[in-house]
Design a protein around this ligand. Structure first.
Ligand code: SAM
Ligand code: SF4
Length: 448
């Protein structure tokens, strides 16, 4: 009751209300003890319909205060560092048919009860809100998204979200990240529903090692490869995601690159990241620069390919320095980066000479790309996570279930985005991430 009166007082302050006061009103209104029927943004002057517990005089909201509560749609997902978030990764489930060593704690994870997970209609509503705020790129992930029965209907829904009079979805790219185990069987339906790209996780091309890494039968690797070839045949933009681990699969670097010789496929090596329960150890980390050096022994100087994140070391050397790799666009002129680079692509792209496919590196640990981050995550249990490494997110599900209007949900989202740290969830260096204790941080629970 005390908190309700506080909001009532804030609203009554009208023209004098400061944005700080309004953000504390917002903070109080989501998942923090406010009765479900309290709908601040919807309250009309003199109306007590949705504010059962407040007296009549408490609900007079001045126009000025209301204006402060309404966040302009185009600004809502811009953070304090000017980063505009246009890419949403939606985790559909905490469940998975694999048990990858770097993702899942050995003992498994405690699953959220079904009733506390978003329904299909709730996820659709959230997608509509993100579309309204300018999100243009979607990726469904998990856990394993192909085990979720919401994958197909959500793809269909995403396809149907359009601006008035437009023939195409507002989501220009709708992808999925999958372990590939049952993707092949579902692919036709998913493509018909609007799927444009697929990232398939594959960490070894050797059955016995695949079995060790996934804690599953090594024969499953053949199903993953079948999915990969089907995706390429279907013309989907297809990438392999491979988490490199020293002493485990780094001896296969060159084998992976050989896949790019004749196939138009992108192979991405991801630096191994620390999460709760994955027993991360610095000694297992293979930094992308050392991976490049090793690849160049077999394949010669890698050419830099179009798109992607700049290497911070190379960026500093732009004025005539040497780079570990050549630039394709500049005829292998060393240390030069293409202007066509996508500033939000987190991957550093290269190509082995003469190969049709590309090789990329996601260098979160040794050269983070936070300054160009445009990603938000919606966790399987309906939380907004503004940074992969940040604290537990705002519960959008609680916001919806507390009866908030879309504008109120947007105000909450905007406040959460403005709290986003400049980099690495507020840690100074990526290595510090291994030592911080946080809740809900195994990758399977966050959604990769
Ligand atoms: N199940 C799907 C899959 O495996 O592709 C989607 C979810 S998975 C969590 C998403 C991505 O996160 C995968 O490419 C996986 O390799 C990556 N990932 C998981 N744990 C990781 C870690 N500790 N370090 C780096 N990447 C990780
Ligand atoms: Fe499952 Fe993907 Fe995590 Fe492996 S990486 S356990 S496939 S969610």
């Amino acid at each position: 009751m005390a908190s309700i009166s506080r909001i009532g007082r804030l609203l009554l302050n009208g023209p004098q209300a400061t944005s700080a006061m309004l953000s504390s009103a917002r903070a109080l209104s989501c998942g923090t003890g406010i009765p479900a029927k309290l709908k601040v943004g919807d309250a009309k002057a003199g109306s007590s319909e949705s504010l059962d517990n407040l007296s009549h005089e408490h609900v007079r909201i001045s126009a000025a205060a209301q204006a402060l509560l309404d966040v302009a749609d185009e600004k809502a997902l811009v953070d304090m560092f000017g980063r505009k978030h246009t890419y949403l990764r939606v985790s559909l489930t905490e469940k998975c048919n694999f048990r990858c060593v770097y993702c899942m704690p050995e003992e498994g994870v405690e699953l959220t009860p079904r009733a506390a997970l978003p329904t299909l209609e709730e996820r659709k509503r959230l997608l509509n809100i993100f579309a309204r705020l300018g999100v243009k790129k979607l990726r469904f992930t998990g856990g394993e998204p192909t085990v979720s029965n919401q994958l197909l209907p959500l793809l269909q829904h995403a396809q149907a979200v359009r601006e008035p009079g437009q023939a195409h979805s507002v989501f220009r790219s709708v992808g999925i990240t999958t372990n590939g185990f049952s993707f092949k069987q579902q692919m036709q339906g998913l493509v018909a529903a609007g799927l444009t790209s697929v990232n398939i996780s594959l960490d070894s091309l050797q059955e016995d090692k695949f079995a060790k890494l996934t804690r599953r039968d090594g024969k499953a690797m053949l199903k993953v490869l079948a999915s990969l070839y089907s995706a390429l045949d279907a013309g989907l933009h297809t990438k392999i995601n491979c988490v490199l681990m020293a002493g485990t699969n780094d001896d296969e670097l060159a084998d992976f690159i050989r896949l790019t010789r004749d196939m138009r496929i992108d192979v991405r090596f991801i630096e191994y990241m620390p999460f709760d329960g994955n027993k991360w150890d610095n000694a297992q980390l293979v930094g992308y620069r050392s991976a490049i050096q090793r690849l160049e022994v077999e394949h010669g100087i890698l050419l830099q390919a179009a798109g992607g994140a700049a290497d911070s070391q190379i960026a500093q050397q732009k004025e005539g320095g040497q780079s570990p790799a050549g630039s394709e666009e500049a005829g292998a002129r060393k240390g030069h980066y293409s202007d066509s680079a996508d500033v939000n692509d987190t991957t550093k792209w290269y190509r082995a000479p003469g190969h049709v496919g590309r090789v990329g590196f996601i260098s979160t640990m040794t050269d983070h790309f936070c300054s160009s981050c445009n990603r938000l995550r919606l966790t399987a249990d309906g939380k907004l996570k503004v940074c992969l490494f940040g604290d537990e997110g705002l519960s959008l599900l609680d916001c919806l279930r507390s009866g908030m209007s879309d504008s109120e949900v947007i105000a909450e989202m905007a406040a959460a985005v403005r709290r986003k740290a400049e980099r690495l969830g507020g840690e100074k260096t990526a290595l510090d991430l291994a030592h911080v204790e946080r809740k809900n941080r195994s990758m399977i629970m966050i959604g990769g």
